[in-house]
Ligand binder design. Structure first.
Ligand code: SF4
Length: 224
């Protein structure tokens, strides 16, 4: 885990651990409900549930917005915590063909004439954008691949293809919200980079995507 992700991971864990205690304190106005709730929630492991992840996201998001910066802190927390949770729970156990590699349309070179939204295999793999290399990766590993132009199409792909887990590539904003929307399907997020600005000719580290798939998928005849 990179340093930044590690920071967000522990920030998220701390937030998850204390957040229910703050809510209990606000409701009861009795100080002892704070430690009691924190202990109870941690013993039961509730702070790792998707419900708390979603709740914490919606509380942290306006706070992160007020503190300035790129405003991605809440999304980064969901991406890091959600991805680690998925990898720890399902790492090395999902058949590759039940993993969906979900890609954003903005990875495609903006002037490419091939229509890939409904059939990624229309791509000619010319090498001008990462789509061709990601198709090669899907061929090598056996994962399914789909391209989404937004949250609605992403949810439709998940509903129709019924994966056991999703490896999703997107910008932090779409990824954070998308990972919550995909619940209960577990998702590992890989952030894209945006050298030409948001939503245009975005890039992704194909090797990082491959490593993520390899951590999640069953490796035939061997250990991960
Ligand atoms: S790899 Fe080439 S053909 Fe495929 S989507 Fe990108 S630009 Fe188009």
């Amino acid at each position: 885990m990179k340093h930044n992700s590690l920071f967000h991971y522990h920030l998220g864990l701390a937030f998850f651990s204390l957040f229910p205690g703050v809510i209990a304190l606000l409701i009861t106005h009795q100080w002892y409900w704070f430690p009691a709730t924190v202990v109870l929630v941690n013993i039961l492991g509730l702070f790792r549930t998707n419900m708390f992840l979603a709740l914490s996201f919606h509380v942290l998001k306006p706070i992160a917005g007020m503190l300035g910066g790129e405003g991605f802190a809440a999304e980064e927390m969901v991406i890091t915590l959600g991805s680690e949770k998925t990898l720890r729970r399902f790492g090395g156990s999902i058949p590759a063909e039940r993993i969906l590699l979900l890609l954003p349309h903005c990875l495609q070179k903006h002037d490419c004439k091939h229509r890939i939204t409904f059939n990624p295999y229309n791509c000619a793999r010319c090498g001008r954008c990462p789509i061709g290399a990601l198709l090669d990766l899907a061929d090598r590993t056996g994962v399914k691949i789909a391209i989404a132009t937004g949250g609605t199409l992403a949810r439709r792909h998940i509903k129709e293809l019924r994966p056991l887990a999703v490896v999703a590539v997107a910008c932090p904003r779409d990824l954070g919200q998308g990972m919550l929307d995909a619940n209960p399907v577990p998702v590992v997020g890989v952030e894209n980079s945006r050298p030409a600005g948001d939503c245009l000719d975005t890039q992704v580290d194909v090797l990082a995507v491959e490593k993520t798939i390899n951590r999640l998928a069953v490796i035939p005849g061997g250990k991960n």
